[in-house]
Design a protein around this ligand. Structure first.
Ligand code: IFM
Length: 474
């Protein structure tokens, strides 16, 4: 099977990290302990079984776009190793697995005829998961728009929102008898801002106005898809979206910094949260971004705010900001209204340069429940990249990741103690994988992937997580 490591044995961990069982209690029975991946980051097989290219296949070919010109062509070869990977998940005691469907694999032209061979892959994956008692969580869009749609305007045109709703309905009709948990989009902030304003993600554009326009169509596509999913899925289906959050903190006590905090919060958290849960864009959003309103039509916001069963929360870090201290600092900052403090003395960082700040997870989850009245929450991503080293044996010692997971899981138990309806936690990621512009240089997996052989080696963190989940079985 090619799986290394013994999940039940955690005797080699530092004493403070061993024994998930005495870490925290109080997790409800049926809590979804899982891990997540996305199609382009793990599948590979980009030209197989009728899959057509997505905007990422095109973007990775752009000189300088990706670390060392790497691509997702092979990635973790999950398309060919799916059964082995599901066995690995069972070995890790996972109760849930979040994955995404590659739109261009199942509808190569974005609309029109279904590619049965592509769809069959996801049917086999869902069946394999269920056979092992692992709950599937399906994400319909994790950034891989079919090129055929990009050529017709991509997210800059309303038709793409309609095409997404049709795609969502088709998948729901085919998998809805077996899949209970559905997410429309993953991190639309990234699809919009990184893709259309900063140009560091596909489709690689550099215009904030395009970013806000694209975001409106993405939000609309979400609302339209929620309606279609609701119409065809069984009543017990759970429909949501995964947003990424960065709680914002003030770096000093100046009143101007309080304003800066509000503006950064609008930009980083409320841009998507408010339309989805309050049917309106935050008042200052367009000013903060320096753009005009996107093309909003009557009923768009009501559709975007279609009721959800749960919200997926992707949490990695926080933002520490202050008001610019001079005109020069303001013009150097990405947004004239605030400066981000990138390095905080004494703080710990992951290999992505993200501050490790578990308290932020507690803050964001409780806020979503209290301020936005979200019915149920699932942490759909949380995890860390560290420089892992494999020396050819059976293990990879990644105590920093264990510590990271432990601290964040402790935050969850504090959240549950405050009666927040939290239903699950997915570690990003199951496997080391293609980290977008960073290529394979960043490793987030519970499982190490030796890309030259595609051998999987369970890291100590994977063994720790398996042992922790086992300790929660009641
Ligand atoms: O790898 C990504 C994922 O695709 C989306 N959320 C953040 C992860 C780590 O950067």
């Amino acid at each position: 099977m090619g799986i290394s490591g013994r999940p039940q044995d955690h005797r080699s961990f530092p004493a403070s990290l061993a024994g998930g069982s005495n870490l925290v209690g109080g997790f409800p029975p049926g809590f979804l302990w899982g891990a997540a991946t996305s199609a382009y980051q793990v599948e590979g097989a980009v030209r197989e079984d009728g899959r057509a290219p997505s905007i990422w296949d095109r973007f990775v070919a752009r000189p300088g776009a990706i670390f060392q010109g790497q691509t997702g062509e092979v990635a973790a070869d999950h398309y060919h190793r799916m059964e082995e990977d599901v066995a690995l998940m069972a070995h890790l005691n996972l109760r849930a697995y979040r994955f995404s469907i590659a739109w261009p694999r199942v509808l190569p032209q974005g609309t029109g005829p279904v590619n049965e061979r592509g769809l069959a892959f996801y049917e086999r994956l869902v069946d394999a998961l269920l056979a092992r008692g692992i709950e599937p969580l399906v994400t319909l869009y994790h950034w891989d728009l079919p090129v055929a749609l990009e050529e017709r305007g991509g997210w800059l045109v309303r038709d793409t929102a309609q095409a997404f709703a049709e795609y969502a309905e088709m998948v729901a009709r085919r998998l809805g008898d077996r899949v209970r948990w559905w997410l429309t989009h993953n991190e639309p902030w990234c699809s919009s801002y990184l893709g259309y304003a900063l140009g560091i993600h596909a489709p690689g554009m550099h215009d904030k106005q395009l970013a806000i326009n694209a975001s409106h169509h993405i939000l609309l596509s979400h609302g339209l898809a929620v309606q279609r999913l609701r119409a065809v899925l069984p009543r017990e289906a759970q429909i949501g979206i995964a947003l990424d959050f960065y709680p914002v903190y003030a770096a000093d006590e100046r009143p101007e910094t309080q304003v800066a905090v509000q503006q950064a919060d609008v930009f980083r958290n409320r841009w998507f949260l408010d339309p989805i849960f309050r049917a309106s864009y935050p008042e200052s959003l367009f000013t903060v971004l320096g753009v005009t309103s996107p093309p909003i039509q009557t009923d768009d916001l009501a559709l975007i705010a279609s009721p959800l069963d749960f919200l997926g929360v992707n949490y990695y870090s926080r933002m520490l900001v202050r008001a610019p201290r001079s005109a020069a600092a303001a013009s150097a900052a990405e947004h004239a209204s605030y400066e981000v403090i990138e390095r905080i003395p004494g703080a710990a960082y992951t290999d992505m340069g993200w501050e490790i700040f578990p308290e932020g997870l507690e803050v964001i989850l409780t806020r979503l429940h209290r301020e936005y009245g979200v019915k149920a929450l699932v942490v759909t991503e949380n995890g860390a990249a560290f420089e892992d080293h494999w020396h050819g044996g059976e293990s990879v010692h990644d105590w920093q990741r264990i510590h990271y997971l432990q601290q964040h899981i402790e935050a969850l138990s504090r959240v549950l103690a405050q009666q927040v309806p939290l239903k699950g936690y997915m570690v990003w990621s199951l496997l080391d994988n293609f980290e977008w512009a960073f290529g394979y240089s960043k490793r987030f997996g519970l499982v190490y992937v030796d890309y030259s052989t595609q051998r999987r080696i369970i890291k100590d963190s994977g063994r720790w997580y398996a042992s922790f989940i086992a300790s929660q079985r009641r």
